[in-house]
Design a protein around this ligand. Structure first.
Ligand code: DOR
Ligand code: ZN
Length: 430
């Protein structure tokens, strides 16, 4: 049976669409989009109708930086709970990082993740393979085998690849296999044992700081290696004004570099750490007001291509300890829409740019389907009530990770439906 979604405002920058339209779905794919007033408009009989009056309809969100923790850390998250959190957050596709146990450094683990994702049958899951065996930064993993088993990129995210020759070789192989290298940029001799941004707040709180240059030194190195090898490098979780300058300059020179920023780095500064809430502890750390402003400007001018959550669920035992001992990470899937629509409300981005950053660009960077509602593409879409506010209560998260510094925040913009391949995989309780 067909599905007809009617009454909503459809924003799809891939086809320059922003306005009232009806969406027709058949066989899991977008069959047609009928703009208001077009002769084919008017939902017919024999269709399941989804009323979307006053709602926003966008291509399903693609979150290219997610930690699903499975296998190995199922007490933090499983592929099922992570996929449930994704669709509750309006995310129809996730790319998951390889820092599992065992890590995704060989085909069998990738196949396991894909099998579990298929069983969950919620969000689409695209594994990211490890750059190095055991994520040790020494020997390369079998990149060809990883590619054959279905990875869409390689990364040692969570850890930097400190050996420049290993990174060079990784880029050379990745280029040959047509995979982007996603770089966690951190120079560990500079960031060593820090737990927050180095600056006036770390000084005041007496916490060891992680300086901006710890990130920027590696961004510079990886841009140079990308230029040298011709490989596409994607810079994960950019957090500093200096990184933005380096990426902007590299793009001008034609280096194949793309970049992402997280919602938390766009809306919080290191001042949040004054609360001593360990849920503000994240790597890279929350930075200064000037950094946040530079990140917002970089999104606007296209220097930063993507908003990705770096969804990093942790258990209470990992966080209910002294600040210095707490695990790094924020559970981000279920606050992505609310936090980033705040940027639209504040005029940092318009809706079409927002869709580009949360759906179209990440799909393009990974070379996966999605990010568009053009006829023939999978009917992955997210329907959002942009007028309703809600209070963040981690107890209501589908994710096992309740670690959010946004608890108690009032966010405007609530996911009401998520469809994957034309199937309603999430519907908000009304
Ligand atoms: O905060 C973080 N958490 N940053 C990372 O790079 C890794 C991640 C994790 O795996 O928990
Ligand atoms: Zn990460």
């Amino acid at each position: 049976m067909r599905i007809c979604i009617r009454g909503g405002r459809v924003v799809d920058p891939s086809q320059g669409l922003d306005g009232p339209a009806e969406i027709w779905i058949k066989g899991g794919q977008i069959e047609a989009i009928c703009r208001a007033g077009a002769p084919v408009g008017g939902c017919q009989r024999d269709a399941q109708i989804i009323e979307a009056k006053d709602f926003l309809i966008v291509p399903g969100l693609v979150d290219m930086h997610v930690h699903l923790r499975d296998p190995g850390y199922e007490y933090k998250e499983t592929i099922l709970t992570g996929a449930e959190a994704a669709v509750a957050g309006g995310v129809t596709s996730v790319a998951c990082m390889p820092n599992t146990d065992p890590p995704m450094d060989h085909g069998a683990v990738v196949e396991y993740v894909l099998r579990k994702a298929k069983e969950a049958a919620l969000a689409k899951v695209y594994p990211i393979g490890a750059i190095s065996r055991g994520l040790k930064g020494e020997a390369l993993s079998e990149i060809g085998e990883l590619k054959a088993s279905g990875v869409v990129a390689i990364s040692d995210d969570g850890r930097p690849v400190t050996n420049a020759l290993v990174m060079r070789r990784a880029m050379e192989y990745a280029k040959g296999f047509g995979l982007p290298v996603i770089s966690h940029c951190e120079e560990p001799t500079l960031s060593a044992r820090g737990s927050m941004n180095e600056g006036e707040v770390s000084l005041e709180l007496g916490l060891r700081g992680i300086p901006s240059v710890a990130e920027e030194a590696m961004v510079a190195r990886d841009i140079l290696l990308a230029e040298w090898t011709g490989c596409h490098v994607h810079i994960a979780h950019v957090s500093t004004a200096g990184s933005v300058r380096l990426i902007r300059d590299a793009k001008r020179r034609g280096v194949k570099v793309t970049a992402e920023v997280t919602p938390h780095h766009l809306v919080l500064t290191h001042d949040a750490v004054r609360s001593w809430d360990t849920d503000t502890k994240v790597n890279p750390p929350l930075r200064s007001r000037e950094d946040v402003e530079a990140l917002q400007e970089a999104l606007r001018d296209g220097t930063i291509d993507v908003i990705a959550t770096d969804h990093a669920p942790h258990a209470r035992v990992d966080k209910e300890v002294e600040y210095e001992l707490a695990a790094f990470g924020i559970s981000g899937l279920e606050t992505l829409v609310g936090l980033t629509l705040m940027l639209v409300e504040r005029g940092v981005l318009d809706l079409s740019q927002w869709v580009t950053k949360v759906s179209l660009n990440p799909a393009r960077i990974l070379g996966i389907k999605g990010g568009t509602l053009t006829p023939g593409s999978p009917a992955d879409l997210t329907i959002i009530d942009t007028n309703t506010s809600w209070k963040v209560d981690p107890a209501n998260f589908r994710s096992k990770g309740k670690n959010t510094p946004f608890k108690g925040w009032i966010l405007k913009g609530r996911v009401v439906y998520t469809l994957v391949d034309g199937r309603v995989v999430y519907k908000a309780g009304i």
